[in-house]
Design a protein around this ligand. Sequence first.
Ligand SMILES: Nc1ncnc2c1ncn2[C@@H]1O[C@H](COP(=O)(O)OP(=O)(O)OP(=O)(O)O)[C@@H](O)[C@H]1O
Ligand SMILES: [Mg+2]
Length: 252
Amino acid sequence: MNDLVLHLDNIQKNFGGLKALSDVNLQVEEGTTHAIIGPNGAGKSTLLNVCIGRLKPDAGHVTFDGQELTGRKPHEIAQMGVARVFQTPEIFPEMSLLENVMLPAFSKRDGAFNMNAHKLLSRQSEIRAEAEHILEDVGLQEQITQEAGSLSRGDKRRLELGMCLILRPRLLLLDEPTAGMSRHDTNRTIDLLKKIKSRGMTKVIIEHDMHVVFSLADKVSVLARGQIIAGGTPEEVREDPKVKEAYLGGAH
Ligand SMILES: Nc1ncnc2c1ncn2[C@@H]1O[C@H](COP(=O)(O)OP(=O)(O)OP(=O)(O)O)[C@@H](O)[C@H]1O
Ligand SMILES: [Mg+2]
């Protein structure tokens, strides 16, 4: 087995009486794309929020690159090299696309806030060039001076992906990155995520769209009612009767 980038060990998360996650174990290998699928309300977003420190698990451990993440603050986890794209895009609507992509690079600790003016200026042009390149990668190069709030939902999601990429994360977590996109935009996003993979970034992708899962995932874990009920390659998971019952035969 390759090195593990992310390891979830017996994660449990309750919301009052609701067991949102029960004894969830997950191992994500370096350089792979690992999809998490499952019906609505299965606990997928909760799992992602536990990984990035937005939610504290009631039991269990999250390890990233051999380091304990459990109990760390979201900004610390981000600085360690974990980036995420949420289910609802979190962008700065009044700022331009270029500013949106540049901003995360400046908000890193040891980044711009600690620099002298000279270093800051040279870093700014470097970050700007990188942001322009990323906007081209995500297919938004025509709109770089436009206000982010004016973008379509699909374009906002691609912008948010660009905001992650400038951080050059080692692990990228994506919560339904193609939700609300047309088939054409979905295919563009698949191509983009494939390109990211070729750069060696490890990804965990929560996705309802099976076309996306089969196009991108090396491994799939299936979550239902807070538990991992199956795992394997996309083909193995597709043939698993438990999965057919819980997910593929359901509403999606
Ligand atoms: N902050 C919260 N407080 C209370 N209950 C919550 C909270 N967040 C999620 N839940 C509940 O936990 C369960 C899992 O929710 P979660 O959002 O993780 O599911 P999901 O698999 O991401 O669903 P979807 O496919 O609809 O995005 C649901 O029953 C949800 O209502
Ligand atoms: Mg969700």
